[in-house]
Design a protein around this ligand. Sequence first.
Ligand SMILES: NC(=O)C1=CN([C@@H]2O[C@H](COP(=O)(O)OP(=O)(O)OC[C@H]3O[C@@H](n4cnc5c(N)ncnc54)[C@H](O)[C@@H]3O)[C@@H](O)[C@H]2O)C=CC1
Ligand SMILES: O=C(CO)COP(=O)(O)O
Length: 325
Amino acid sequence: MNIGVLGAGAWGTALAIHFALHSHKVWLWTHNIQHVQQLQQQRQNQRYLPGFDLPENLAAVAELASAELIIIATPVAALRQSAQKLVDAGLSDVPIIAACKGFEQQTGLLPQQVLAEVMPKNPCIGVLSGPSFAQELAQQLPCAVTLASENFVWIQALAASLNNTVLRLYANADVIGAAVGGAVKNVMAIATGIADGLNYGINARVALMTRGMAEISRLNQALGGQAATLMGLSGMGDLILTCTGSLSRNRRVGLLLAEGKSLPEALTELGHVAEGVYTVEEVCRQAASLGVDMPVACILKQLFDGCIEVQEMAEILMERAPKTE
Ligand SMILES: NC(=O)C1=CN([C@@H]2O[C@H](COP(=O)(O)OP(=O)(O)OC[C@H]3O[C@@H](n4cnc5c(N)ncnc54)[C@H](O)[C@@H]3O)[C@@H](O)[C@H]2O)C=CC1
Ligand SMILES: O=C(CO)COP(=O)(O)O
């Protein structure tokens, strides 16, 4: 298959390398022309995914080209403008997958909803979600993820055609559940990183993950997602990976905040996007407007708003009135 990938960060590069190694013809586009030239000359993504050679059948490009499948792997903040570039290039009908995780800021839309707004006539819009660190996929270590779309016939066929011995793809018709799980687990990973950085222990980590899942479930239900999806790869799977895996950038932000770094300092040190930082704002806005109780997400927002210190978070959460489970 001819596959086009937009976004040459860690994830776009890992996906492009993976599909090229599995006999697909791939182009990888980024908005930064100097970065395209560096990719073309050095045949490695030194800035975002060092140590992995770009296979011969992977072309780094500055101009969008035709493709049978497009994957957008930019941060959510660049999703709308990337999709608009596709429309401007006459590629608005090409089957498209969003591989980014989060709610769009200001609109509160999930990735597939942003794509549907920009390309309303495209019948094949989906998301890729689930536990998948870029470095491990680039190393071709085994990985299983969710491909979700309302167009189930298409997404099932796509999952079957992209499936291989390294990447196992599970088709799912519940695109809301898949996208909500992928978005909100990043928020919980920052909170868990803070707890771990403050040495609160494994009990606290698992309490945060479990109660975090309760928050994700409530929001998912209010937005129309299925509960069963959150028991799968794009829910529980990605929550466990991101809250516990040392490769997680969101978790790392939490660890840096616990060390006493400010949020801007933590993000500069990270050098990659940590979507949870932006998602938390939208999650709390939606929780408030839908009447959904999301105490962990909202305490994190208070921290980012400068209303509390990291050391106060646990006490505020623990002194809430007792509840039923
Ligand atoms: N890194 C990972 O392991 C995984 C990341 N994701 C998701 O993929 C998305 C991208 O993450 P990463 O690649 O890891 O980020 P990254 O921080 O490694 O790279 C971000 C990339 O986006 C590009 N970019 C920024 N603004 C842009 C714009 N306006 N137009 C086009 N490109 C722009 C940057 O130049 C850079 O190439 C995020 O939503 C993330 O949650 C999902 C699964 C795994
Ligand atoms: O989404 C991811 C893995 O599934 C990557 O998480 P981080 O952005 O926290 O590294």
